[in-house]
Write a protein that binds this ligand. Structure first.
Ligand code: SF4
Length: 386
């Protein structure tokens, strides 16, 4: 396969340049609660040790900003990005501490409903300009701006149009130091969204990622499928591999990212295992500061083990770590789990089935899987049948 050159404009994220012919940067995110300074510092150390070019921290409150200030003092050379969650108002407080601000166009409507999206974007851009920060317009399949969702029945088009319109806003505000991401948990949708966006805005650097790719090895394969198709076509300037891993193993995201890039560069395209995702597909989020119960990663691993018996059935099970994005991002799954502090919520598509203790959920999930298999395939299936 011919590798096409990348031709976006260059942008600066602190000491790092991405875009154009700069090497594709590899980044990751601290999965810990930002206010737990020691565990977050440990995450940063792990990611830096494995060579992360950019490390992202989630910030949603002034207490998080204080924690961020402490972390910044400890890691003055780290190229830091911050994830503004719903609380865009804290942009001026975080901008002096970091090199890049990510905002999600789909989260801006939550606060100050009387203000227009443009006013809110202007507020963030102003903070970035004053502090020499880059911006990422980060569009995500599970939280697309409701206006765009209503306007476009095609979910990919809704994501692309939202990103393109935000780029136009930033252009009109005279701000060029930005990149865009369009993430989905389905590799094919990531490929399509990024291709469509790159055709409309070939100048804008792209941050690639398959969100909620899940546990290795499937999560790595899903990511590889998207990155191979895009980067070989000259699309993608920085990458994040999102894997569901214990905190101490988060460095694997960076190592896997580098391995995929090296393979693409050297023309080694790994073939996808036969029948990949034709049966059971487990989607799991990579966890972040919003996880309220550390049992989340263990639960995701247990779900994978417990569901092995149902591998041949085409079912999607989503396991999400928090109540903020969990409810929305499980809507499209056949069965979805999202974790609260003491209970796990179980859904079938958008319908809630109930909430269960961490020690009860696996049995209940199995009951629901067996029911779906019986309804759809007319066969009772259990672990003992195999
Ligand atoms: S679903 Fe929640 S915990 Fe998981 S990565 Fe997204 S925001 Fe973080």
């Amino acid at each position: 396969m011919d590798i096409k050159p990348r031709t976006t404009r260059k942008i600066k994220i602190g000491s790092l340049t991405i875009g154009g012919d700069s090497p594709v940067a590899v980044q990751s995110m601290a999965a810990t609660r930002t206010q737990d300074i020691e565990t977050t510092a440990r995450q940063i150390e792990i990611l830096m040790r494995d060579g992360a070019d950019v490390i992202r921290i989630a910030v949603d409150s002034e207490a998080d900003v204080e924690a961020l200030a402490t972390l910044r003092k400890r890691f003055p050379d780290c190229v830091m990005s911050v994830d503004l969650q719903e609380n865009y108002r804290i942009a001026p407080l975080v901008a002096p501490l970091v090199n890049k601000i990510r905002y999600n166009p789909g989260h801006l409507y939550h606060l100050e409903k009387e203000k227009s999206t443009r006013e809110k974007v202007e507020f963030i851009v102003d903070a970035a300009k004053k502090n020499n920060c880059a911006i990422r317009i980060g569009v995500n399949c599970g939280s697309v701006d409701p206006d765009y969702k209503a306007r476009y029945s095609d979910s990919i088009e809704a994501m692309v149009r939202s990103a393109v319109d935000h780029c136009e806003m930033l252009d009109e505000m005279g701000f060029e130091n930005y990149c865009v991401s369009l993430k989905d948990s389905d590799s094919q949708k990531v490929i399509e969204a990024n291709r469509r966006f790159a055709a409309l805005r070939p100048d804008v650097p792209l941050h690639l990622g398959v969100t909620e790719a899940g546990l290795p090895p499937e999560g790595i394969i899903k990511t590889r499928i998207a990155f191979e198709q895009l980067i070989s076509q000259g699309i993608g300037d920085t990458i994040r591999v999102s894997l569901t891993l214990p905190n101490e193993e988060k460095g694997q995201e960076i190592r896997v990212g580098r391995e995929i890039l090296k393979d693409i560069q050297e023309g080694r395209f790994r073939s996808v295992p036969e029948n990949f995702l034709e049966g059971l597909n487990i989607i799991a989020c990579p966890s972040c500061s919003r996880v309220e119960n550390e049992k989340f990663v263990d639960l995701a691993q247990d779900v994978r083990r417990m569901t092995e018996y149902a591998e041949k059935y085409k079912l999607t099970i989503a396991v999400m770590g928090c109540r903020v994005n969990g409810p929305g991002e499980t809507d499209d799954a056949d069965l979805g789990l999202w974790c609260g502090p003491t209970r796990v919520n179980l859904k079938e598509g958008p319908k809630t089935l109930g909430s269960f203790g961490y020690d009860e959920i696996l049995d209940r999930l199995k009951m629901e899987i067996d029911r779906l298999i019986l309804e759809r395939y007319g066969a009772a299936q259990s672990a003992d049948d195999e």
